[in-house]
Ligand binder design. Structure first.
Ligand code: SF4
Length: 335
């Protein structure tokens, strides 16, 4: 170091990886050696919902295979622009359930806080792909209205941090939010819904683990993996690290045509998750969001798949097959 200079503080490696994510379809298609004819439709579809995918996640995809199950989750397609009956911009009634800026209060005893609009990956089937984060995201201004809402309702025992992805927040911001929630005596649990440990495992740092365990609140982390190929050695290690801290660690998946719509893949996913210390929790039927109709699986087929899983796995490895329906007091159990 040159005497008299102040060393620049490097952001943590996960933030650098987040910033290096691929956002241009042409780059993704080139890296994977796919047909350049895919570029124009991908660019058109990405105008409605941008491409975003971390490079480490792309490294798990098969080169030269346009049907790779990880690629299908992130590559914008012309199919997204086709209108589809029954598909809507807000398929699960998020806006009707918003009771304060960024607070969705649907179910008894718990609320969901859209802590940020940012994600590490843009999943093409995401039910919040049209969500107006700019208007509804409390992090843009402050979390005060959300915290005041939770403070005023002693029936709220659990706060779900969602988004976007709450683990895209810096440790300082996340710790500030969790500390503020811990000051509310009726809040018992904080639940973090996140895809980062799967798509950007560098996010699981000793500092993050300390933050999740250094609170009086019980911490629950619900990750989101859809295919066993998502769990490579690095992700496996990150999940095991989280598990060792003692937080409850669950997974939710979405049943997606062309990604995981066969019993063998779903069974391997459950096995891989459990080996890494994660319990399979929910298998969601697709939320019928505008632009994602090509991922849909009908309910009888979904039930058949679920029954095949049940016949092959111990009960604790079989996630609940559920659908979210607007206005219902809980998820509807389909299988
Ligand atoms: S990480 Fe979650 S919130 Fe973000 S795009 Fe994917 S499914 Fe949607």
């Amino acid at each position: 170091m040159i005497p008299g200079t102040i060393p620049l503080r490097q952001p943590p490696s996960w933030q650098r990886e987040l910033a290096r994510a691929i956002t241009d379809p042409a780059e993704l298609i080139r890296i994977l050696e796919l047909d350049p004819a895919l570029i124009p439709p991908a660019r058109r579809a990405a105008r409605r919902f941008g491409l975003r995918v971390p490079r480490g996640y792309v490294a798990r995809m098969r080169v030269g295979d346009p049907d790779d199950p990880l690629l299908r989750q992130v590559l914008p397609l012309a199919l997204e622009e086709l209108p589809a009956a029954g598909f809507a911009r807000d398929p699960v009634g998020d806006l009707a359930a918003m009771t304060a800026a960024g607070v969705l209060h649907k179910y008894h005893g718990r609320v969901l806080l859209t802590a940020t609009g940012a994600c590490a990956v843009h999943c093409r089937y995401c039910f919040r792909r049209h969500f107006p984060y700019a208007a509804a995201n409390p992090a843009v201004g402050s979390w005060r209205p959300a915290l005041e809402y939770v403070a005023a309702d002693p029936s709220i025992h659990e706060v779900i941090l969602s988004g976007g992805d709450p683990l895209t927040l810096s440790d300082d911001k996340l710790a500030g939010l969790i500390d503020a929630l811990a000051e509310l005596p009726h809040v018992r649990r904080v639940r973090v819904h996140t895809r980062l440990p799967i798509v950007l495992p560098e996010r699981v740092t000793p500092e993050l683990c300390a933050l999740l365990t250094g609170t009086r609140l019980q911490s629950v982390v619900v990750v989101h993996a859809n295919h066993p190929a998502e769990i490579d050695a690095r992700t496996f290690d990150a999940l095991q690290c989280l598990r060792r801290t003692g937080v409850a660690l669950l997974n939710q998946s979405v049943l997606l045509r062309g990604v995981n719509d066969d019993a063998d893949t779903l069974c391997r996913l459950s096995e891989s998750l459990f080996a890494a210390g994660v319990l399979p929790y929910y298998l969601h039927l697709l939320d019928r969001v505008d632009g994602a109709a090509h991922f849909d699986i009908d309910e009888p087929t979904a039930r058949r798949l679920w029954r095949r899983m049940s016949a092959r796995l111990p009960g604790y490895l079989v996630p609940r097959l559920v659908r979210e329906e607007e206005g219902r007091p809980a998820k509807t159990i389909v299988g």
